[in-house]
Design a protein. Structure first.
Length: 387
């Protein structure tokens, strides 16, 4: 039998300690050898131009898909009538997937101008805008497609000799859709409710002028609508489930206000953007409204240039907001503010007109519009607006 004294015990302790350290190092070394670039997930950024050479195209709407790719809806004002509406499906790196883009037309109408896009609960997408015939008949238009771009249905809405336009769409609680826009040359607010196959349930022409730039479903079955222009103030219309005006609230002062977009926010309120001022001296404004339809905060971005306008909005998962804006007619600008309206960044990101923005799962943004060279641009940024 070995006789262990204190010295023997201390030596054994050192041996065990170094043995354990060697085992741990060996384990970590094996794991480090297994790590390659596919195990590291980094934010994806890109800038892509889509479309055909010589064609006049622009991106109208964009959203990120659940798998990390993107759907882009575009118009082509110079293509043949059967290709005037285009839908691109992009992978996570911004490359067009095989079999896309898809092109669409409606009956004998030779022009189609998509404006709004929404994902449909249960699958597919609904697109809204207007169509124009060779005799200049203009009607509001909607189309639903499945995930593969196949048409489920197409419809036009309106009456003869009266121009109608859709500018926003929202899925409704009953499986249908509500569309907002304007009708007549006097730009009256116009709302159409359909069932799930696009058949009209009712339509309303609402009091006051406006463009019907945004509409969103409420949990009560009603709707919140942003007219877009209704005099000098920003107006919100709360509608019943049958499209009648239940409540009207106004914000702002005597300055001219034009609102271009509104989104529901995670705290139950609303965020609105647009332009404030006169002639070319306009400023980008943001208005945050509480769930009780009272003002929470309001900010503008003065002395940034001229002909400034907030165009589109999105909310990130952390409660911050992305604002797509245009300055000096064709300076594309991306703005980020926190939940209290404090500016995080204000970046010029190129020449062009931006039309839509969506928050991405990695904290960044994807935007689309017209690159001023007749092409469709799609830009994916990181959370700091870099690409």
């Amino acid at each position: 039998m070995l006789n262990f004294n204190f010295s023997n015990m201390r030596a054994l302790t050192h041996i065990l300690k170094w043995t354990m350290l060697l085992l741990v190092w060996s384990y970590l070394s094996c794991d480090l050898e297994k790590i390659d670039e596919t195990d590291v997930v980094l934010p994806v950024q890109f800038s892509k131009t889509l479309g055909l050479p010589g064609e006049n195209e622009q991106g109208a709407a964009v959203l990120q898909l659940a798998g990390g790719g993107y759907l882009v809806v575009a118009e082509n004002s110079t293509c043949p009538a059967d290709k005037c509406l285009q839908v691109y499906k992009l992978d996570k790196d911004g490359n067009t997937e095989a079999g896309w883009p898809k092109t669409y037309a409606y009956q004998t109408f030779n022009k189609c101008y998509p404006v709004a896009l929404a994902e449909v609960p249960g699958g597919g997408f609904v697109i809204a805008g207007h169509v124009k015939s060779g005799t200049n008949e203009i009607d509001a238009y909607a189309m639903k497609i499945d995930a593969n771009g196949n048409v489920n249905w197409q419809q036009k809405y309106g009456i003869a000799n009266n121009p109608e336009y859709f500018r926003s769409v929202t899925p409704t609680n009953d499986g249908g859709f509500a569309f907002a826009g304007s009708n007549s040359d006097d730009y009256l607010n116009f709302v159409v409710k359909t069932n799930g196959t696009g058949d009209k349930t009712w339509e309303r022409t609402l009091p006051g002028s406006g463009f019907g730039v945004a509409i969103h479903s409420l949990s009560t079955g009603g709707f919140m609508m942003l007219p877009g222009w209704s005099g000098d103030k920003v107006s919100l219309l709360q509608l019943t489930s049958t499209g009648n005006v239940d409540k009207t609230v106004q914000f702002g002062d005597a300055n001219s206000n034009v609102s271009n977009d509104m989104i529901p926010t995670k705290d139950g309120g609303w965020l609105i953007t647009g332009e404030r001022g006169f002639d070319q001296y306009t400023e980008i404004y943001l208005l945050k409204v509480k769930s009780d339809l009272t003002k929470q905060w309001e900010i503008t971005f003065p002395d940034k240039g001229w002909f400034e306008a907030g165009r589109a909005l999105t909310e990130s998962s952390d409660g911050s907001f992305g604002i797509l804006a245009t300055r000096e007619l064709n300076v594309l600008t991306l703005i980020k503010v926190d939940a209290n309206g404090n500016e995080k960044f204000f970046k010029e990101i190129g020449a062009g007109l931006g039309y839509d923005i969506d928050a991405c799962s990695d904290g960044g943004f994807v935007i689309t519009g017209d690159d001023k060279s007749n092409g469709i641009f799609v830009i994916k940024t990181d959370k700091d607006g870099n690409f």
